[in-house]
Design a protein around this ligand. Sequence first.
Ligand code: GDD
Ligand code: MN
Length: 377
Amino acid sequence: MSATDVLAAERADPVAALPAELSIVVPAFNEAANVGLLVEAVAAALPDIRWEMVFVDDNSPDGTSARVRELAAYDARVRIVQRYGRRGLSSACVEGILASAAPYVAVMDCDLQHDERALAAMFATIRSGDVDLVVGSRYVEGGSVGDWNSRRLAASRLATRMATMLTRTPISDPMSGFFMITRDAFERSLPRLSSVGFKILLDIAASAPAPLRIAEVPYTFRNRQHGESKLDSLVLWEYFQLILDKAFGRVIPVRFMSFALVGIFGLAVHFAILTFCYVALGTAFAVAQTAATVVAITNNFILNNLLTYRDQRLKGPALLRGWLTFNLVCATGAAANVGMADWLFERHTYWVFSAIAGVLVSVVWNYAMSSLFTWRQ
Ligand code: GDD
Ligand code: MN
């Protein structure tokens, strides 16, 4: 038999793997204890649908990828995308969707908090062809957040209201990470996605060139049984970044906005030190400006590593190397800073303006050079 004959025979064979109708994308970080349970639960919930499940793991230390490969060894519907050196819930979802093939895509968490029993109803709704997006919602009749404390409830409500204003999309639960979308609709949003932070549904809805046709299916948010939540206090900052990017991102890249915000804070630090040294201690202006610059550089390195480059955060030995390169990069920037400021100061420019001019020179330098040498990817 020729190769073409083999292919033809396989196609004629009803048992030969038929393509999946539904790709289920599951972002996972440190979820080794949950992946098996999730596959089992989904298999039980979708006996009549041909699905595939794509886990996207950011090289979790608990061996999530290895666990998925164990499952994949006896279930071809299970697949893994293992990313290295990067973190991020939204970007994980996007890459999982791009690595899958079915005409419909679901996104759900790995920790069993999203009720897999809602998937069948979601699939029936989206396959009817009347909608582009089905959202698993905790806020429509029949849905619930389960037992959340009042603080989490209030925070979720507030973020939801902001999201609704931003997207002008009538989704009762735009913060949901549980939804199903047609591949066509996803591809229409793709060019405008921010992919920052953890609110991928909001990102997709706000990036759609024309309003999406949306349906919602209720579900109850379960409590997590194994592992722990990955969302720390910095998710607020990520949410803020997403909002900024959706509002102004077409004009200024969000990373630069973040760098600039850190820079503004660094400027405050700079002036605190400068004022203290020059005004209070009465040191020479160049000395005060140098001290302020050194403190501001370290401040900016820490904050940028924490916020601006959160997705590629330097840790351990890489942190030290990054701090060193950042200092080296900024050393020339600082020299230009002090040089410029002192040059202006000597020419009787008011000391505040002299300092601002120096700082501006070094901020532009720092951004360009640090993206090349410190947080290079
Ligand atoms: N690959 C990858 N990379 N996965 C991640 C990352 C990451 O950096 N951070 C979190 N995840 C995975 C987790 O393993 C989990 O499967 C899912 O994303 C959600 O993360 P949790 O840590 O469980 O967050 P949560 O329960 O607080 O938030 C979830 O519920 C919200 C509803 O209130 C998320 O689904 C939100 O998107 C959702 O809005
Ligand atoms: Mn969770």
